[in-house]
Design a protein around this ligand. Structure first.
Ligand code: GDP
Length: 295
C-alpha cells in the first residue's frame, strides 16, 4: 500500500527541489499534482480538497517562498498536514479505572474482526494484562472455532455458550465471569454480516446497551477503499464508535481508506493490521504512517 502514492509525491518534491527559489505558481503546480496523486490513491475528495487548501495556504506564505530551502519547507508542511488528517496523536485504548475494561469489536464479515480480537488480546497480554475473549457471533459456528483456535495459540481463554445462546446474554455473562475471575480486559467478538443490515445493527446496539463497553472498535478492511469509510460512518451513526482498526494494510490497495477514514468519520484509528500472522498488528501512530508515505 502507498507505493504509487509515495512515488508520485517524491517525484513532485524532486521537481520543486531542483528549482531553488519557488514562486507561487510553482507551489500551485506542485499542489495540483499532489491533489491528483491523492485522488488517484482513492482518498476522499473532501479530505483532498481541505488538505490541498491547508498546504497551499501555508506554503505560499512569504517566509516559505523567501526561505533558502523552500522545497524542504513545503515538504515539511505536507508532512504536518498529512499527520493532521491521520489524527495528529496516537490515541491508545482507553482502559477502565476499575477493571475489567470492556471492548466490543464490530465489523463486517471478512474484515478481519475475529483475527484482530485475538491480535489485540495478544498485545494486551504482552503488556501484562489478563484478557478474556468472548465468542458472541452465534450465527457462524466457524467463528467460535476460529476464536478458540486463536485463543489456544496465544494462550488467552475464550468465553462461549455455543450457537444457541443469545449474544446479549453471552456478553453479560462473560463480563460477570471476568469480574469474578479477575480478567482485566474483555474483548467481545460480535457477529459480522456481508453487508450492514438492520438485525445486525440492532443486535450490536443491544449488546452495547447491556454491557456499556469502554471501547467500541470497528474493524474495517483497508483493501475495500472508500467502502470501508462508508461502513465506518454507518456504524458510527448507530453505535458511537471509540476507535477504528484498519486491517490488511499489507495489501496492494491504493491507501485511500487509510488516509480518509479518520477525518471523514471523526474517530481515531487505534490499530492497523499488517498481515495474517497473529503478531501482524501495530498500534497506530499518525506520524509513522506519514513518514512511510513521504519516504
Ligand atoms: P472476520 O470475518 O471479520 O472475523 O474476519 P477474519 O478475522 O476471519 O479474517 C478474514 C481473513 O482476512 C482471514 O483469512 C485473515 O487471515 C485475513 N486477515 C485478517 N487481517 C489481515 C491483515 O491485516 N492482513 C492480511 N493480509 N490478511 C488479514
Amino acid at each position: 500500500m502507498f507505493e504509487t502514492l509515495s512515488d508520485r509525491l517524491t517525484a513532485v518534491f524532486q521537481r520543486i527541489g531542483n528549482k531553488g527559489r519557488l514562486t507561487e505558481q510553482d507551489v500551485d503546480e506542485a499542489m495540483r499534482e499532489v491533489r491528483r496523486a491523492l485522488l488517484e490513491a482513492d482518498v476522499n475528495y473532501k479530505v483532498v480538497r481541505d488538505f490541498v487548501s491547508a498546504v497551499r495556504e501555508r506554503a505560499v506564505g512569504e517566509e516559505v517562498l523567501k526561505a533558502l530551502t523552500p522545497a524542504q519547507q513545503v515538504i515539511s508542511i505536507v508532512r504536518d498536514e498529512l499527520i493532521k488528517i491521520l489524527g495528529e496523536e496516537r490515541v491508545p485504548l482507553q482502559l477502565a479505572q476499575v477493571p475489567p475494561t470492556i471492548v466490543m469489536v464490530v465489523g463486517l464479515q471478512g474484515s478481519g474482526k475475529t483475527t484482530h480480537v485475538a491480535k489485540i488480546a495478544n498485545l494486551l497480554k504482552k503488556e501484562g494484562r489478563r484478557p478474556l475473549m468472548v465468542a458472541a457471533d452465534v450465527y457462524r459456528p466457524a467463528a467460535i472455532d476460529q476464536l478458540q483456535t486463536l485463543g489456544g495459540q496465544i494462550d488467552v481463554p475464550v468465553y462461549s455458550e455455543g450457537t444457541k445462546a443469545n449474544p446479549v446474554d453471552i456478553a453479560k455473562n462473560a463480563v460477570k465471569l471476568a469480574r469474578d475471575r479477575g480478567y482485566t480486559v474483555v474483548l467481545i467478538d460480535t457477529a459480522g454480516r456481508l453487508q450492514i443490515d438492520e438485525p445486525m445493527m440492532q443486535e450490536v446496539e443491544r449488546i452495547a446497551e447491556a454491557v456499556k463497553p469502554h471501547e467500541i472498535l470497528l474493524v474495517a478492511d483497508a483493501m475495500t477503499g472508500q467502502e470501508a469509510v462508508n461502513v465506518a460512518q454507518e456504524f458510527h451513526r448507530r453505535l458511537a464508535l471509540t476507535g477504528l482498526v484498519l486491517t490488511k494494510m499489507d495489501g496492494d490497495a491504493r491507501g485511500g481508506a487509510a488516509l480518509s477514514i479518520r477525518s471523514v468519520v471523526g474517530v481515531p484509528i487505534k490499530y492497523i493490521g499488517t498481515g495474517e500472522r497473529i503478531d501482524a498488528v501495530e498500534p497506530f501512530y499518525p506520524d509513522r504512517l506519514a513518514s512511510r508515505i513521504l519516504g
